[in-house]
Design a protein around this ligand. Structure first.
Ligand code: FMN
Ligand code: SF4
Ligand code: SF4
Length: 261
């Protein structure tokens, strides 16, 4: 195997995309970066793919931490999975990687359904299907460029997005860890502990059979979206909003990618 695909995901869009890339590139199963935080699998391959969601118009903190462990002298490509506003995410990633001596050769944006539930649901089933179809096609078209180790400019959003939203990303980044203060559980919670196990940074524990958040949150929204009772809420807006996860990704897949302890 000459390529490893690392993914990070809250609701499965990035895992689904990573699986499609794996099929096109004929590599092995994508690896959760939460399972291999030291990037040990990257050392023995020629090419490395990073597939992750755009969070607040930039690269999630988990991905930034992971980059510090990546080896030099590999062919790197990245896939920024988003809901329509990739903004400057891939430019930011290329810059951060360059500062660590890593060369990001290709960066593509995939528009998928939104999992940002505080702003509403993922859209109509027609729109969701359209985004999956278009993403599937884009993955098929991108794979040959990765296979032949091509270099391309990073995909990016319009200039106003890059100016305005990069500013918001920088301002909000230091506060993300504590945004979990707005999570709460309603009476439907049965103490099943799925939220505890599914959190990619182990930020949740049960106390008296109810989740308690530890203020080390990454805002991936896995807990609120995967709770089988739909009993986790965020502020006032989420009761009654349909929960979302990529339909071909199951809770068991998420648990298989969760940190080891
Ligand atoms: C905290 C947070 C911030 C987000 N910010 C953006 C954003 O800036 N631009 C965008 O297009 N989508 C944004 N989204 C939507 C996700 O990037 C998108 O739904 C993605 O497909 C989710 O991938 P996942 O299922 O692998 O986590 C955000 C989602 C979350 C949870
Ligand atoms: S996943 Fe939902 S039902 Fe299960 S413990 Fe967490 S909040 Fe309660
Ligand atoms: S607490 Fe919830 S939103 Fe925060 S990182 Fe864990 S699963 Fe994601």
């Amino acid at each position: 195997m000459n390529t490893v695909l690392y993914y990070y995901t809250g609701t499965g869009n990035s895992l689904w995309s990573a699986r499609l890339f794996a099929k096109e590139l004929q590599t092995g199963e994508p690896v959760s970066l939460a399972r291999d935080p030291e990037a040990s699998r990257a050392r023995s391959v020629e090419a490395v793919g990073l597939i992750f969601p755009v969070h607040m118009w930039g690269v999630p903190g988990v991905v930034l931490n992971f980059i510090a462990h990546l080896p030099a002298d590999k062919y790197y490509f990245a896939v920024a999975v988003n809901a329509g506003q990739v903004s400057a995410t891939l430019l930011q990633l290329r810059k951060v990687m360059a500062q660590r001596g890593l060369n990001l050769s290709l960066g593509v944006s995939l528009r998928m359904p939104s999992n940002y539930i505080p702003w509403g649901g993922p859209g109509s089933s027609e729109e969701i299907d359209r985004r999956f179809r278009q993403s599937r096609e884009k993955i098929r078209q991108t794979a040959p460029a990765v296979r032949s180790r091509q270099t391309h400019p990073m995909e990016k959003g319009p200039w106003w997005q890059r100016v305005l939203f990069t500013g918001i990303y920088k301002m909000s980044f230091p506060y993300i860890a504590k945004m979990d203060k707005d999570f709460w559980v309603d009476t439907a919670c049965n103490g099943c502990a799925l939220c505890v196990k599914i959190c990619p940074v182990r930020n949740i524990r049960l106390q008296n059979q109810k989740p308690v958040w530890g203020h080390g949150c990454e805002q991936c929204l896995a807990c609120i979206q995967w709770c089988p009772q739909q009993s986790i809420q965020f502020g006032k807006k989420t009761p009654g909003i349909t929960r979302y996860h990529q339909p071909e990704v199951k809770a068991a897949d998420m648990l298989a990618g969760a940190p080891r302890k």
